[in-house]
Design a protein around this ligand. Structure first.
Ligand code: ADP
Ligand code: MG
Length: 482
């Protein structure tokens, strides 16, 4: 057993989700990724003297929606606090956040790793605003500041230290991304930093209860970086302990270029944020009925659909994952699965034909041109062996996309794609093929039974896929045995 195997990694995440609200958290400024720098900053966003912030109704609604989806308790009375610190990208000198009384407490996010379900407990969710952005790589002599992002509404989801590996962190972030997209509260885009996390990492000897001293790696906005940061930290902390040292509680930066973490600040020089209740905003009071209303409007959640698809419809976990990745496709799949007995065939059609088409055409599932009823007819044609699977996929499906409202059967008939079990048709075909290959017929009759594959191949080709394969094979074998 290697030294590293004696240790267990413990991780807690502070995940930030940037919300897709119409405007900023405390004023009417627009939110637009990639907008010309410093074009969406009002005096309120900069907290000019005499200006007053105003809470954003959508910010609160979105927090409740996420909280309910995670099974959190909603604090019907909660409040904003002021977190004081000065930094170039925060010129107003404080951030409005929630400290003592956050909007949601408790809850859990179900994740799947290696086919096993784990429930990662949520400590709380709070609302806050984002800071601006410092840009260090555009000007050789100066740092530049873009304050467009200042005041953008965020939710911070703080997990309990329940995660044990980079794989679990990956699953947590992937599921969180999927969830916020299902709930339509954020685009969950990690590249644009709409979803990012701070990773608190410690190690302890396996079998021990007490948590080790943790370090916090800030602002990871790609799964690849999070993974590297965790792997680097695990090893660094274990090496340190094994060589007689002690892990210090530090805030770390991850450098993607070197794959290493480095200290940003230690606990000793941690900020004193001097939190106090935000004096410019009244406490938030939420009506119980409002929570009930939001609860009723929640969409089916990704893990619920995954369960239905695997349990009720007996799809493989692999297929079910693909089909539930996006809500639009998942709901479309559910409609088809509900209406048909051929679940595996439906999953195949979605995965191999419909989803690629939607991606290629950049369409939402609800705008898929072939109506559900006609798709079911299409599946039935294959299942009842009226059209061969390959002909259906290669020729009938594209034809249906051209004429989506004409019934699949009618299009197949017009295109002469229906398979024939017709005895005369098959007999004529079999006799023709045997006559064309007298040598191979002899070889077959002398024991080279593998040649049946050759005859079948030629037969399907000459029938242009219309021969019914099972019937044709039966007839071929009986003719060859004569
Ligand atoms: P603080 O308020 O100082 O930031 P918290 O108690 O809020 O500390 O914890 C912040 C995050 O760190 C949470 O996600 C929590 O689960 C995680 N965490 C706390 N202690 C540890 C530890 N020893 N190892 C790993 N993660 C931890
Ligand atoms: Mg914290």
């Amino acid at each position: 057993m290697s030294t590293y195997d004696k240790y267990e990694t413990v991780i807690g995440l502070e995940t930030h989700v940037q919300l897709a609200t119409n405007s900023k958290a405390f004023c009417g400024d627009a939110i637009e990724f990639g907008a010309s720098p410093n074009t969406h900053i009002s005096t309120i966003a900069l907290a000019y003297p005499g200006t007053l912030p105003k809470a954003n109704h959508q910010h609160i609604q979105f927090a409740i929606r996420l909280g309910l989806a995670l099974g959190s308790t909603i604090n019907l009375e909660n409040r904003f606090d002021r977190k004081n610190y000065f930094y170039a990208d925060l010129p107003k000198g404080y951030q409005i956040t929630q400290d003592r009384l956050p909007i949601c407490v408790g809850g859990q996010l179900p994740i799947r790793v290696d086919g096993k379900m784990r429930h990662i407990r949520i400590h709380h969710i709070h609302m806050e605003e984002d800071a601006g952005k410092s840009i260090h790589d555009l000007d050789p002599k100066h740092s530049l500041i873009d304050l467009n992002r200042a005041g953008t509404p965020l939710l911070e989801i703080v997990s309990e230290p329940d995660l044990r590996s980079a794989d679990e962190v990956d699953a947590f972030m992937t599921t969180m991304r999927q969830l916020v997209r299902y709930l339509e509260i954020s685009d969950g885009n990690m590249e644009q930093a709409s979803l990012r996390c701070d990773c608190n990492i410690s190690v302890r000897l396996k079998g021990t209860e007490k948590l080790g001293q943790r370090c916090e790696v800030k602002n990871l906005n790609s799964m690849r970086f999070a993974r590297k940061a965790i792997e680097f930290e695990q090893k660094r902390q274990i090496d340190l302990i094994e060589s007689g040292g002690k892990v210090l509680q530090q805030t770390l930066n991850f450098d993607p270029n070197t794959g290493r973490t480095s200290p940003l600040r230690s606990k000793e020089d941690a900020h004193d944020y001097r939190y106090f209740p935000e004096p410019d905003l009244p406490p938030i009071k939420i009506k119980r009925e409002q929570v009930q209303k939001i609860k009723k409007q929640l969409p089916p959640l990704p893990w619920q659909l995954l369960e239905t698809f695997t349990q009720t419809y007996q799809l493989s976990e692999y297929d079910a994952n693909l089909l539930t990745e996006e809500k639009g496709i998942a709901l479309f799949a559910q409609k088809l699965l509900q209406a048909s007995a051929h679940h595996k065939a439906i999953a195949n059609l979605l995965i191999n034909k419909i989803i690629p088409y939607l991606k290629q055409e950049n369409l939402d599932a609800e705008d898929f041109p072939i109506p559900i009823g006609n798709l079911l007819d299409f599946i039935d044609l294959i299942q009842s062996e009226q059209v061969s699977h390959s002909i259906a996929y290669q020729r009938l499906f594209p034809a249906l996309l051209e004429r989506p409202t004409v019934s699949a059967k009618e299009v197949a008939t017009q295109m002469n794609l229906l398979q024939s079990k017709d005895d005369d048709f098959l007999l004529e075909l079999v006799e023709r093929i045997l006559a064309q290959h007298p040598d191979k017929v002899k070889a077959y009759q002398n024991g080279k039974k593998g040649l049946i594959g050759f005859f079948m191949g030629d037969l399907m080709k000459q029938s242009k896929g219309k021969a019914h394969p099972k019937e044709a094979k039966k007839l071929l074998e009986s003719k060859l045995a004569e």
